[in-house]
Ligand binder design. Sequence first.
Ligand code: GSH
Ligand code: FES
Length: 150
Amino acid sequence: MFSRLAFKGFSRAASTTTSRTFTPSTLSHLNHIRSLSTQSRQLIDNAVNAHPIVLFMKGKPSAPLCGFSRAVVQILDVQGADPEKIRAYDCLEDDQLRNGIKEYSDWPTIPQVYVNGDFVGGCDILLSMHQSGELSELLKNKQLLLPIAE
Ligand SMILES: N[C@@H](CCC(=O)N[C@@H](CS)C(=O)NCC(=O)O)C(=O)O
Ligand code: FES
């Protein structure tokens, strides 16, 4: 079974400002936004690097709430990825994470898969890598397979 951890600790940053004129006070407001964004980035960075395989998805691995997320869970399962080495985050539980992860990776959608801190891709890329054998090679090289699947 995959483990799941709700992503806590995000501070809510305003995404827009209605002011069109940059006064010292609005600039200070923007700095505030930037610092919160940096904080969010750091939290995501910590999460991405805390486990060999990190999956940002909708729902839980045991109960995905979107077909794309379900497909990625199934691909990792079929590949024989070691569940102990996977940490999944439910982006539907945290809007800051749902938006922040897209900014972090510069990738517009969920699911997102990271291996050893590197962004690998979403559903289409994982599926393509699965079919080509590239995913198998990656997981094998990084020693992320269950012993029986090696
Ligand atoms: N082609 C994408 C499919 C994933 C996708 O389109 N996700 C959408 C719908 S679940 C998404 O994340 N939209 C933004 C959102 O819901 O925040 C992939 O390869 O991963
Ligand atoms: S939640 Fe509708 S396509 Fe993913």
